[in-house]
Design a protein around this ligand. Structure first.
Ligand code: NAP
Length: 429
């Protein structure tokens, strides 16, 4: 337990982008934090393999071994800001087991090991907080866990990875630049890693969605259960067709709950232009929450960057110091977690965008629509490009339909001799 609720002694592990910004915020704004919260938050120990030129460490203990921070009896709250799971998991385990509170920005750690760490925190009567792990500087976890506590939430849908949103926004712009070209630009600008797999294939978004689903619905952290599709297959042609039909293509994380189960999915999605999410471009993040009393609320801001993410870390530190809420780490107590199953993607309903290429002969459309109608799929909009060629692109937006019915219809359609090449399908919000 904390030595004194009005005093909070912080130890920081790592001194990279987020940690150095957090250190600077905590030291520069200590008087402001004290006057706004009545809490004296002081950084007493920093664990870093090398110093950082932007941080004046002259007034703190500095150790080259980050475990020294955890073992320092004068540290009340450990900030794990090194990332990855090794040695972050061991570090956080040791901190919680020895009665220290933990704040982390590490989505992979929480999504994959959160259940164990929450138990450990509860057993040792300490807190673990992770606001910065989802959507960087946007206080979305706090908004859902506290601001919307009097609501039944039905859906959370978000643009929770800045890299994929930047790439899709650039592909949408002038120049008809494809995925590979824009990815290379994103890497040059520092918006994408040298190995971009985590971002572009949706794994980073899946980590964050795992956490959002737990906070919103009390779903035990189910990272492995998430249906995940990245954006590498999205083409400029799809973006242009979607535009003609009044949509933007966004990479969304969606979690929703009804009486039967919970949806957990990350994939490219057609979002109507009228939806606020469609206006979110570049590296920005946004999370839209649908709930019964507050209705639709949206949280928008910087999903990354040292200062923005550090802002979320500081907020967690102050919450722990005040300890005024005593909220369980997962937002739900262990016995209150939902037992609803995670729905298979085949059982989830949504409208679909379909793009295929068909031979330009009489009867082709009739046979397509007859296959779709056999599976109770109706067409909401259709674009058939007269390309004055033997083959024409056909783009369809369907009504809301179960994925398994769509799979069966597409299997039949792809066997039609009039249909040439593959069929692109993107779910619509
Ligand atoms: P970063 O700039 O790479 O910093 C990581 C720091 O941890 C580096 O200073 C590194 O030291 C240190 N470190 C790693 N392993 C260590 C070890 N075994 N012992 C001692 N030090 C070690 O990363 P970051 O961007 O700040 O990210 C930190 C965390 O915040 C990650 O979990 C990330 O997912 C999360 N996050 C970041 C952002 C963002 O905008 N950057 C946004 C949201 C969440 P060296 O410098 O010596 O390698």
């Amino acid at each position: 337990m904390m030595a004194d609720v009005s005093q909070c002694r912080v130890g920081i592990c790592g001194l990279g982008t987020v940690a150095s910004a957090t250190y600077n915020l905590l030291t520069r704004y200590a008087p402001l934090i004290q006057s706004r919260t009545g809490t004296d938050v002081t950084v007493v120990h920093v664990g870093c393999r090398r110093d950082h030129p932007d941080c004046d460490l002259s007034n703190v203990r500095v150790s080259r071994d980050i475990f020294d921070v955890v073992r320092d009896p004068e540290v009340d709250v450990v900030l794990e800001l090194i990332g990855g799971t090794d040695p972050a998991l061991a570090l956080v385990r040791e901190a919680l087991a020895t009665g220290k509170h933990v704040v982390t920005a590490n989505k992979a750690l929480i999504a994959e090991f959160g259940a164990e760490l929450f138990d450990l925190a509860d057993t040792n009567n300490v807190s673990i907080r992770y606001e910065a792990a989802v959507a960087g500087g946007i206080p979305v976890i706090k908004a859902i866990r506290e601001g919307l506590v009097g609501n039944e939430i039905s859906r959370v849908a978000g643009i929770i990875n800045g890299t994929t949103n930047f790439i899709l926004s650039e592909m949408e712009g002038v120049g008809n630049r494809g995925f590979d070209e824009v990815l290379a630009e994103a890497q040059e600008l520092g918006y994408a890693e040298a190995d971009p797999t985590f971002d572009v294939e949706g794994i980073d978004a899946a980590h964050k969605l795992t956490i959002l689903s737990t906070i919103a619905f009390g779903v035990p952290l189910e990272f492995e259960a998430i249906y995940t599709e990245g954006i590498s297959q999205v083409t400029v042609a799809d973006i242009r067709f979607a535009e003609q039909l009044g949509y933007k293509i966004k990479h969304l994380g969606i979690t929703a709950r009804d009486g039967e189960g919970v949806e957990l999915r990350v994939h490219p999605t057609l979002v109507p232009n009228s939806a606020l999410l469609a206006q979110v471009s570049g590296v920005m993040n946004a999370v839209m929450v649908t709930s019964n009393a507050a209705g639709e609320t949206m949280y928008y801001g910087a999903g990354a960057g040292g200062d923005a993410t550090g802002s979320a870390v500081v907020s967690d530190v102050v919450d722990i110091a005040r300890d005024h809420l005593g909220i369980p780490s997962a937002g739900y107590g262990a016995s209150d977690m939902t037992t609803l199953p995670i729905k298979l993607i085949e059982d989830i309903e949504s409208p679909f965008y379909l793009r295929l290429t068909a031979r330009d002969k009489p009867g082709v459309m009739a046979s397509l629509t007859s296959i779709l109608s056999r599976y109770n799929i109706s067409i909401e909009s259709l674009v058939q490009r007269d390309a004055n060629a033997d083959e024409v692109p056909v783009v369809i937006i369907t009504n809301r339909v179960r994925e398994s019915a769509m799979n069966a219809a597409l299997a039949e359609i792809s066997e039609q001799s009039s249909v040439t090449g593959g069929i692109t399908r993107i779910r619509v919000l």
